[in-house]
Design a protein around this ligand. Sequence first.
Ligand code: FES
Length: 318
Amino acid sequence: MPDLILSVASVREVAERVREITLAAPDATTLPPFEAGAHVEVRLPDGDTRPYSLVDLEGSAAQPLQYVLGVLLEAESKGGSRYMHALRPGDSVTVSAPKNSFSLTDSAAPALLVAGGIGITPIASMATALRAAGRPYRLVYAGRSAAAMGFAEQLGACHGNGLSLHCDDEAGGPLPLAPLLQAATPGTHLYVCGPRTMIEAAREIAAAAGFAPEQVHFELFEQAAPQSGDQPFEVEIASTGQVFTVPADKTIIEALEAEGIELIHDCLRGDCGICQTGLLEGEADHRDVVLTDAERAANNLIHICVSRARSARLKLDL
Ligand code: FES
């Protein structure tokens, strides 16, 4: 489906550094439908795109007149959230049609929805869909503080006792996931969206609590960002012998695409697994949330959208 050119209908501050941005067709016609967990890719002025989940608090995803986004202004913004936070009503924005890589399953089993921070955006839509379908769910929303947690009031009004809020500052620490997952009804499907630390902990605790891998669904809500101390390294393309340098502030995908190499990717943040590539030589610095600890230790796969090198060179099976 071609891109959509939409207008900013409204902008609203919903929490510290979080804005609700509502987009609509300029002629106010219905937009393409979406399902809970879906996102659109917003095209930035430099041609890059950024994914933003669609927030559906009203059950209007089947015939939406608006797309509602919740956007956190990232401290380390590479431009995406800064662009979004500069939008004003009437501005024009180009977005993809909705895409979904974080869908609810058809299972009638109970759903445990866990959101960390701005990860609430797809999770809120899931709660809306489950409530409308009369399916059992529990919604748990954690954040640094009440002031940093957007949409909490509306969620409370919609879900009542089905919603639990956790403020790190009031509780004296992060959401304790172990008791939550250990108390879940057998067969529960877990959906988690939030920062890397939350997803890694949830996957580990869920496995220990007896969740099968197909019962655990997650989406990372964090863009790949350079970390202090990142160094340049080389990548060798096994099929051609070409060697390229990956600068400290670029990912492997960015560096190779700049050289004209076509690669398959989607999320660009290390959670979909599509860019997984064989690693033939060298040691990876894994920054995805796809590989298990055992797979990381095997050191023969790498997600080239986020992961880097601990060795001077990586030889990739490309
Ligand atoms: S593109 Fe999704 S994990 Fe790399």
